[in-house]
Ligand binder design. Structure first.
Ligand code: ATP
Ligand code: MG
Length: 674
């Protein structure tokens, strides 16, 4: 029974039969879950005893309060934990799908991240510990950071920037990137951070979309030992960015880019004469804080608009809850500030909470594949927050890089960006966490501003591959295609039923698209674009993107489940599953895999098919397995299945590839086939 069925009249007929049966059974369009994952990891008694939310009952109490009276719940925190120049009149004004939080109030996130700490002992606490790729180190206290931010904010004012103007920030991961963000926020300038690896084209698009008035950049930055000439790239972009009047350039790499005297100014010249006295501007709660473009995994990136007070409160509270933050922590999020993770959990959340946040400029494999473990050992990092794509790379690079280092300072691990395959989760838990650190698998989006679902590590037992439970205030719903709520263990579209303080307020300059994209298919609920199921313990499992569902003989399969089955094969490093049109079955499963060991040959393909059959059943067995050296990913490290779908179908692609990390990957995968 374990053998691959031969193509025969029987299997053909059987396929048709299954397809018809499937159509009948699946008329609601739920997703079939085929994955079996029963392992559970409760927090240790020691971890629980020290945690601020240290029991399931404590989480449930908090959650219940947040649902019974959301306005009181968020209002109490806002009053106590944010500074108000002017008190708000109303916690929430909800005119679906437009929400306003803390209406009528005035605050400032730069004030809440900096000034608020200066009257406490945290004044001289390390706010940022930075390490450059070549090895430089800087520690910046809250008091120092405040001064730097004030000076740069004064400098921006000196250039004529006003409240409501837009600044594009295109910088390497250096402290001045955070300083630039906080300086903009301080004077009400809206920032739009563009990842420092994007092309001139992408910068120009974003400049024009937002009508940016200034671009803040650096001469260069370091990545894998190479100098990235950022200013040169900006110069090309500025030829096509008519709204940009100024360009501010930080000297980081010393590579002397050409400077145009009528437009370009050195950062150090500007701050030299700028006043350190720059009080935070009182800003309306709903004043726009930033624009940020999504990763472009499922299509052209969307320019998400976030505002001041609600976002501030939401990232502060979720940071404290999810990372169980304590003042003695050294917290390191390895994301780039070009993504929402960097905005919310390198800069705004940690600083609002008075944490010490580590920033690293470069690549994880420079000069060696152990750079992360070296950083953790030397800085005594206690909390590590990274992405599945990095974890899969570490596994591929080998345990010996980890074994060289003392990781005993770690007490908590986090994951974000994609679903984490259970076997990668187990490696992270055992190898990096030494079996003692809980893993918080955090599900959220650029749109949601902050974490939406995650274990609270002292309260909720974890399961590999599950983001477990919603944050306080978050009300998920899972619906089938007919908009009915599905039952336990059935997958469907993940929606959010109630507004929350960190939610996007719209797409930049395009309310229609905002309504269309998120609020139309399912009236009255926020449509996330992801599928999910809830298990019998009430845990949530993200099942991949709605667009990526694979429909085999009427059974709708989740990409992540098929991929996780492959990743649990000892030779597989990474897998991407897509559907290919199939006359008989509707779609068949095609997987692209990268290997960590073994020979890429037919015997291995057969072994993998057997493995999938054993793990999740015959239905999910790929028709086609293709070996490749790398998968197409976004710049933020997410697998771009939509591009693989075209390749699997043998189609020329006409899709948006502006956020693709490596253009040669597609050509190589196509080439492999010939
Ligand atoms: P685009 O919206 O342009 O297609 P994107 O959705 O990848 O790009 P982001 O906002 O950066 O842009 O990513 C959010 C998405 O990442 C989520 O919708 C989800 O699909 C995925 N994701 C993030 N964290 C997790 C997680 N912990 N588990 C599963 N999926 C996750
Ligand atoms: Mg998205």
């Amino acid at each position: 029974q374990d053998r691959e069925p031969q193509k025969s009249l029987f299997t053909d007929l059987f396929g048709i039969f299954q397809q018809q049966l499937g159509r009948l059974a699946m008329s609601g369009g739920q997703i079939d879950s085929v994955m079996q994952e029963d392992r559970q990891f409760p927090p240790s008694a020691e971890f629980q005893a020290q945690a601020s939310i240290g029991s399931l009952a404590a989480y449930e109490k908090l959650y219940d309060e947040s649902i019974q009276n959301p306005e009181k719940f968020w209002g109490d925190f806002a009053e106590k934990e944010l500074h108000w120049f002017k008190p708000y009149d109303k916690v929430l004004d909800w005119q679906p799908p437009f929400a306003q939080w803390f209406v009528g109030g005035q605050t400032n996130i730069s004030y809440n991240c900096l000034d608020k700490h200066l009257t406490t002992w945290r004044k001289n606490k390390a706010a940022i510990i930075w390490e450059g790729e070549p090895g430089e180190q800087r520690t910046i206290t809250y008091s120092q950071l405040h001064r730097e931010v004030c000076k740069f904010a004064s400098a921006l004012k000196g250039l004529g920037l006003n409240k409501g103007d837009v600044a594009t920030i295109y910088m390497p991961m250096v402290p001045e990137l955070a300083i630039a963000m906080l300086a903009c926020a301080r004077i009400g300038v809206v920032h739009s951070v563009v990842f420092g690896g994007f092309s001139a084209e992408a910068i120009a698009d974003r400049n024009n979309d937002a009508k940016a008035k200034v671009v803040i950049t650096a001469d260069g930055g370091w990545r894998r030992g190479k100098l990235l000439p950022l200013k040169e790239t900006v110069d090309v972009a500025l030829d096509k960015s008519p709204t940009v009047e100024h360009c501010v350039v930080l000297k980081r790499a010393g590579n002397n880019p050409p400077m145009k005297s009528w437009r370009d100014r050195w950062w150090h010249d500007l701050v030299e004469t700028a006043s350190a006295d720059c009080p935070a501007e009182p800003l309306d709660s709903e004043h726009p804080l930033f624009i940020l473009y999504t990763s472009g995994s499922t299509g052209k990136p969307k320019g998400i608009r976030h505002t001041t007070a609600g976002y501030n409160l939401y990232v502060k509270k979720t940071f404290e809850w999810v990372f169980d933050h304590r003042d003695e922590d050294v917290y390191w999020c390895t994301a780039d500030c070009g993504w929402v993770t960097g905005h919310s959990y390198i800069v705004y959340g940690p600083l609002a909470a008075g944490a010490t946040t580590v920033m690293y400029e470069g690549a994880p494999n420079w000069p060696q594949e152990d750079r992360f473990w070296d950083i953790i050992e030397r800085h005594r990092v206690t909390i590590l927050y990274t992405a599945p794509t990095a974890i899969r790379a570490f596994i591929k690079w080998g345990d010996h890089h980890v074994d060289k280092h003392d990781l005993s300072s770690l007490r908590l691990l986090g994951s974000v960006g994609e679903g984490i395959n259970p076997e990668a989760w187990m490696w992270y838990y055992n190898k990096i966490g030494g079996g003692r650190c809980p893993i918080v698998d955090t599900w959220w989006q650029t749109e949601t501003g902050g974490i939406m679902m995650s274990p609270l590590p002292g309260a909720i037992a974890t399961k590999p591959g599950s983001c477990t439970k919603p944050m306080p205030g978050i009300v998920p719903a899972i619906l089938d295609e007919n908009l009915h709520e599905v039952g336990k263990n059935q997958g469907g579209m993940l929606c959010i039923s109630q507004p929350w303080p960190g939610m996007l307020r719209g797409l930049w300059g395009d309310d229609d698209r905002y309504v269309q994209q998120y609020w139309t298919k399912v009236p009255g609920k926020y449509l996330t674009g992801d599928n999910s199921r809830q298990d019998s313990d009430g845990y949530y499992w993200i099942m991949g993107r709605i667009d990526d569902v694979i429909n085999v003989s009427g059974h709708r399969l989740s990409t992540i489940e098929v991929e996780s089955a492959l990743v649990s094969h000892p030779n597989v490093a990474e897998a991407a599953a897509v559907g290919r049109p199939d006359e008989l079955k509707g779609q068949s499963v095609v997987v692209f895999v990268t290997l960590k060991s073994g020979e890429a040959n037919d015997a291995l393909k057969q072994a993998m098919k057997q493995h999938v059959r054993k793990e999740i059943g015959a239905l999910a067995v790929p028709d086609d397995i293709r070996f490749t050296n790398s998968l197409p990913k976004t710049r933020s490290g997410k697998i771009m299945r939509r591009l693989l779908r075209d390749i699997a179908a043998g189609k020329e692609s006409v899709q948006d590839t502006s956020t693709l990390e490596d253009y040669t990957v597609l050509a190589k995968i196509r080439g492999d086939e010939e």
